[in-house]
Design a protein around this ligand. Structure first.
Ligand SMILES: [Zn+2]
Length: 393
């Protein structure tokens, strides 16, 4: 029997276990910085599945290694989720983890504990097959992605010295192979005015009017930002305006405007800052905020909220191996595409140039949405893909 067939059969045999892994994770709420319970559950599930080399690092990521090859393949899932949003929009409780009609339900099933569940099964199968190829396969179950994409990998690369040669990101791709996405950054504009009595506005400098003028310029800038044929257009949006005045009957003298900027190919932090500087002139201070929330372990690893754009070419060897793996398993050509949203690829490939592909179970339309759910068939196929990929490399 071919390797692909052996792996397909095992992934099929374990499909209900994979669904069960996911169900158990979903039952433990795990918003960013509060992932302790789910990380411990994942470690326990890996150990029960027979995986021997499993540990939790000082940030709080759970790592499992299979194989002892000299090169490193990382297969990554972030295991934090966003919150539930309006509970009345859900047809079933978000943390039920219920399984019926071959679908697992609940917050995190698609984004992206489903990928994590498939990874546990892949680690189990590679262990059973006593994988001893060219690669050490690191399954990384990482924290804090929803709050600060890539922070976990900045930590793993810079502090834990885990530097992969190549990586697979298991965020939802509806079982397509993805090879990039736009980058992003956040910026904060700080306006200073002059307060005066509300009865005599001409004595002051009203920051609401200054901010409004800049906001309208930002709206115009959005229309002329560049586009990339694969990644799409760069965008800019004002997302928050906060003002301060000595009273409701006084001219406001301080404003903060928050900016969400999506960066397409060729755009970066410097170019985005320069454009905004041109609009704002000298009366406005522009900051890039720093994320410095402590992890659930209390570790603080500050990171500027700049998340670089990344893509790899369609004919890159990693994309080709992904295609071959998919074809050997499923006898058809995969869809090659990109994500709309941002992933840990901003660190792995964006900052460190490590080639990445995405392959994940679930449809991204359910990410961050009510009634999130995933077909067990996707979980089974993703588990087979991660396993066979280690042999095809
Ligand atoms: Zn995600």
């Amino acid at each position: 029997m071919s390797q692909a067939n052996i792996i397909r059969q095992k992934a099929h045999l374990y499909r209900h276990d994979t669904a069960q892994y996911l169900s158990e994770m979903v039952k433990i709420p795990s918003v960013s910085c509060q992932e302790k319970g789910v990380v411990q559950k994942i470690k326990e599930l890996l150990e029960l599945a027979g995986v021997k080399d499993v540990w939790i690092d000082r940030l709080g990521n759970c790592i499992a290694r299979v194989g002892r090859g000299s090169k490193i393949l990382a297969i990554d899932a972030h295991i934090d989720t966003v919150d539930t949003g309006d509970l009345s929009a859900w047809d079933f409780p978000p943390f039920s983890g219920s399984i019926h009609s071959d679908v697992v339900h609940g917050r995190g099933t698609v984004d992206q504990e489903g990928g994590a569940a498939s990874m546990i099964t892949a680690a189990r199968i590679l262990t059973e097959l006593a994988y001893d190829g060219e690669y050490s396969v690191y399954f990384t179950f990482t924290v804090m992605e929803e709050d600060c994409d890539g922070l976990c990998w900045e930590y793993l690369i810079n502090k834990e010295k885990l530097v992969p040669d190549i990586a697979v990101i298991t965020e939802p791709t509806n079982l397509g192979i993805y090879r990039g996405h736009r980058g992003r950054m956040e910026m904060e504009l700080i306006f200073k005015g002059l307060s005066a009595h509300g009865s005599a506005p001409e004595r002051g400098k009203n920051v609401i009017y200054s901010a409004a003028r800049i906001a309208l310029e930002i709206e115009k800038l959005n229309d002329v930002l560049p586009s990339d044929s694969f990644l799409g257009k760069g965008t800019i949006a004002a997302t928050l305006l906060h003002t301060k005045a000595p009273s409701l009957c006084a001219i406001p003298d301080m404003a903060h405007m928050h900016i969400d900027r999506r960066l397409t190919w060729g755009e970066n932090k410097e170019s985005a800052l320069a454009e905004l500087q041109k609009i704002c002139k000298d009366d406005v201070k522009i900051d890039i905020p720093v994320y410095d929330n402590p992890s659930y372990k209390g570790t603080v690893y500050p990171l500027e909220k700049y998340f670089p754009t990344w893509k790899i070419p369609e004919d890159h060897p990693l994309v080709k191996v992904g295609e071959k793996t998919y074809e050997h398993l499923f006898q058809e050509k995969p869809r090659i595409d990109k994500w709309t949203f941002s992933t840990n690829g901003v660190s792995l490939c964006g900052r460190h140039g490590i080639p990445c592909i995405g392959f994940g179970p679930g449809n991204e339309i359910y990410a961050h949405a009510p009634n999130e759910k995933i077909p067990i068939e996707h979980l089974e196929k993703a588990a087979a893909f991660y396993t066979l990929l280690a042999y095809e490399l």
